[in-house]
Design a protein around this ligand. Structure first.
Ligand code: GDP
Length: 290
């Protein structure tokens, strides 16, 4: 069963974002560097068509650095698009972000034509963390300004640079099956919308191909122990190793799945990225054929 998750409020978000986009010069989309394409919002891509875009691959501290480079190059190859990697440890993210936006909209700027930038991202991708790190003193609530949604924030990052926080929640829209699993593995999908064992098995299937050495190191196996192993066999081995055993000696697969998912989310399994650009294109193609 593929992950199907659509918590609602999408139409409201769509309207609010469309309204705000009218006078926005650059759209920033915050992505999870471990699953850049899956954590993008396809609806936003369609609505922001024609506007300069800055893709920020956030949480890069958790992602595979070599694959982050591949994604950055992939996004930079698009028209009017820049891409940056970031993480919460970065001291002054505003500087790089402002410079990238200015380069994307060179005709804006100055007090007459302040650069207006909208920052979007699905829940849990790190938007609040990034905004807070940029704006400790400068957050301006704009609830009573005409045309600005209540709770929306406008952050003045420079005299002629205004950053708007997305009005409302922009949920992921799952169009590609693998993307659903990757969002679930990252923790971005509500727990009751998924079967943890199934999500852990999909994660292990990927790790066995791309991150076998990391998996072996995390759970203290010889890499050879994973040679030819199926996802469920790896899950059993991990369960056994971690004492997730039921009476009678059977492996508690649910518990083992929780261990695998928690370790991945916390970065304990290593720096891992769950999709590569060329894989994503394949998955997308298949999703369209089916
Ligand atoms: P939001 O829902 O998009 O506003 O996301 P938050 O800013 O609340 O962040 C969600 C979680 O991700 C929090 O636990 C943050 O501490 C964590 N987080 C945010 N940015 C980073 C990052 O760059 N690296 C890591 N490892 N964690 C991050």
């Amino acid at each position: 069963m593929a992950i199907q998750w659509f918590p609602g409020h999408m139409n409201k978000a769509r309207k609010d974002v469309a309204e705000r986009l009218k006078d926005i010069d650059v759209v920033i989309e915050l992505l999870d560097a471990r699953l850049p394409a899956s954590s993008a919002n396809p609806m936003l891509a369609r609505m922001a068509k024609g506007k300069p875009r800055l893709m920020i691959l956030n949480k890069q501290d958790l992602a595979d650095p070599a694959v982050t480079e591949q994604w950055l190059a992939w996004y930079r190859a698009r028209k009017q698009t820049e891409a940056l990697g970031m993480d919460a440890g970065e001291r002054a993210p505003a500087q790089r972000l402002i410079a990238a936006c200015r380069a994307l909209a060179p005709t804006r700027g100055g007090l007459e034509k302040p650069l207006r930038v909208l920052i979007c991202g699905i829940p849990n991708v790190g938007k609040s963390t990034l905004i807070n790190s940029m704006s400790s003193r400068k957050i301006a609530k704009t609830g009573n300004m005409p045309g600005v949604t209540k709770n929306e924030q406008r952050i003045i990052l420079a005299d002629d640079f205004e950053l708007y926080d997305t009005p409302g929640m922009l949920w992921p829209k799952i169009e590609v099956e693998e993307g659903g699993y990757n969002l679930a593995a990252s923790g971005a999908v509500g727990r009751n919308a998924m079967d943890e064992e199934e999500v852990a098995l999909e994660l292990l299937k990927y790790l066995l191909v791309h991150y076998r050495a990391e998996l072996a190191a995390r759970y203290k196996f010889d890499v050879e122990a994973l040679d030819g192993a199926q996802d469920w066999q790896a899950l059993e081995l991990i369960g056994k190793r971690r004492g997730a055993v039921l009476s009678g000696g059977r492996i508690n697969m649910q518990k083992a799945a929780e261990i695998v998912l928690t370790d991945f989310r916390d970065g304990q399994t290593g720096r891992i990225t769950l999709e590569r650009p060329e894989e994503w294109l394949e998955w997308e193609k298949r999703a369209k054929i089916l």
